[in-house]
Design a protein around this ligand. Structure first.
Ligand code: ATP
Length: 132
């Protein structure tokens, strides 16, 4: 079966680099399932799990926004932060969720509200990914 290289990179580190058979992501314009030899594209990603199939295994990564670039030779995901399901600290994500919910329930200005909303999305993405 043909494969492509999938890399997930954040400003801090390379989170993932494996040869895969398929990847599915949630783009801002909808879900995308990508197989080898897909046409090149760049699109923005939602805060959502990315699922990668390879060699009969499935890897799930919590990707917290960013972009996917589909190239001829490989796929690169650039994200502000990303964690493999197995690396997620569930207690930390639950604490972040509770903090964000508390901030959202307080009356705050718009910027703080948006920040708390994004923090909540990241925490829920981590919790959902860790439990997949
Ligand atoms: P927190 O409030 O817990 O720091 P956050 O959403 O503000 O959460 P980020 O700014 O997105 O965190 O990430 C900071 C760093 O911490 C990144 O390297 C990210 O991968 C890592 N990280 C954040 N939350 C978790 C978690 N629950 N498990 C593992 N790594 C995490």
């Amino acid at each position: 079966m043909s494969t492509f290289l999938v890399e997930v990179v954040t400003p801090e580190r390379k989170v993932y680099a494996e040869n895969a058979n398929m990847i599915s992501v949630k783009g801002v314009e909808g879900e995308l399932g990508i197989l080898p030899n897909h046409i090149p594209l760049v699109t923005q990603l939602r805060i959502a799990p990315v699922v990668i199939k390879r060699d009969g295994k499935v890897d799930v990564i919590a990707v917290n926004g960013g972009f996917i670039e589909v190239r001829k030779d490989k796929i690169v995901i650039l994200a502000e932060s990303a964690e493999l399901a197995t690396d997620i600290d569930l207690d930390r994500a639950k604490a972040a969720k509770a903090r964000a919910e508390q901030l959202l329930s307080a009356k705050r200005d718009e910027i703080d509200f948006r920040r708390a909303e994004l923090a909540l999305q990241r925490a829920m993405n981590r919790i959902g990914t860790a439990q997949k």
